[in-house]
Design a protein around this ligand. Structure first.
Ligand code: F6P
Length: 374
């Protein structure tokens, strides 16, 4: 009996999603003779039973296209906004899974998707996930599709910023995505020859950054590129977060008549706001050089996937179809070396792969004189 599989894309979009849909879809349809249906807009489409048939026709020509032909959303099965309320829609999702006669649901996504897939697994559904994120922070896999493309875009941006920083004798602070992991900033910083790389894993000291920039200026290079991960935080700001927590717990524990259960997040939100601009201003004051800020933002997520991401997504996608054919469910298809490996969703859900402090890339960057603000 041929199997029926469903597929959805969830969380932030990322280059390579369509290549993965094609990889799973073509291998499932053509090689294994299965049936496949797409759900629109992530878990919301599954909850609303909004399906789209996937056949040879609409799987063709999507390998090189950015975004996702299925659409995506950050909605969670157990906490979905419905009619102005946050509702647990797991039962509806389970019903729609069975209503579509699925043997397996393939979820393409990052850390959030893994946690959602685990909920579906615990509800008795057969699920498989593929690691997708430009942040490269999914645990248990060497890398995720989307990362290589974003790395290329961020590197090209740094290359371009270099010539203008050089011409105007300026500091340019370039903010690079990555959520709370520094992989993108570290990679692009090294590839683009950034003078300073700031990542969340290494809290920075503004004075150390300024001293490195002043030393460069004294050595005849009165310009600098600072590659700053969006999650990077200064030692000073960390102290401010800690102080806000203490004050909050002493004085403002009750907000709007209820106890705030998220004081750390509230304090962190204040600290993260505008931190790139604040850093640039401080560096101007401490170095006497003009500073500018470039926030790369969603440019890093848009457009065609790199060759590397097309290959990775095809490798993971086709391996996923093979696993379904052999009846292996409840796993993430991880990239390991030149091949793939299945790891249970329990092993990786809820874990974030950050940059280890002893990572060889950090050591290499230090050897070529890069400052990490520590
Ligand atoms: O996880 C991918 C990512 O692009 C992060 O790098 C970034 O912090 C976040 O998503 C942005 O999310 P949104 O799509 O909600 O703007």
């Amino acid at each position: 009996m041929s199997k029926f599989i469903g597929i959805l894309t969830a969380g932030g979009d990322s280059p390579g999603l369509n290549a993965a849909i094609r990889g799973v879809g073509k291998a499932a349809l053509v090689y294994h003779g299965m049936h496949i249906v797409g759900f629109r807009d992530g878990f919301r489409g599954l909850m609303e039973n909004r399906t789209t048939p996937l056949d040879r026709g609409n799987l063709a020509g999507i390998l090189t296209i950015g975004g996702t032909i299925l659409g995506t959303s950050r909605d969670k099965p157990h906490k979905m906004p419905v009619g102005g309320k946050m509702l647990n829609m797991l039962d509806t999702i389970v019903a729609n899974y069975h209503g579509n006669h699925l043997d397996c649901l393939v979820c393409l996504g990052g850390g959030g998707t893994l946690k959602n897939a685990l909920r579906l697994k615990q509800a008795g559904l057969n699920v498989i996930t593929l690691p997708k994120t430009i942040d490269n922070d999914v645990a248990g896999t060497d890398t995720s599709f989307g990362f290589d493309t974003a790395l290329g875009i961020a590197t090209e941006a740094i290359d371009r910023l270099h010539s203008t920083a050089h011409s105007h004798h300026r500091i340019i602070v370039v903010e690079i995505m990555g959520h709370r992991a520094g992989w993108l900033a570290l990679g692009a910083g090294i590839a683009g020859g950034a003078d300073v790389i700031l990542i969340p894993e290494i809290p920075y000291d503004v004075d150390s950054v300024a001293a490195a920039i002043r030393a460069r200026a004294r050595g005849g290079s009165p310009f600098s590129i600072v590659a700053m991960a969006e999650g990077a935080v200064s030692k000073q700001d960390l102290e401010a977060i800690a102080a806000a927590e203490i004050t909050d717990s002493k004085t403002a524990k009750v907000k709007d008549g209820r106890k705030s259960d998220n004081q750390e997040a509230d304090a962190a939100e204040l600290v993260y706001a505008d931190r790139t601009l604040r850093l640039a201003k401080k560096l101007e004051a401490l170095t006497g050089l003009e500073a500018r800020v470039t926030i790369l933002g969603h440019v890093q997520r848009g457009g065609a996937p790199s060759a590397g991401d097309r290959i990775l997504a095809t490798r993971l996608g086709t391996a996923c179809a093979d696993l379904i054919a052999e009846g292996t469910y409840g796993v993430m298809v991880a990239a390991r070396g030149d091949g793939t490996r299945s790891v249970t969703i329990e092993e990786v859900a809820g874990k974030v792969k950050t940059v280890p402090l002893k990572h060889s890339l950090i050591a290499s960057a230090r050897r070529v004189g890069t400052n990490f603000g520590d």
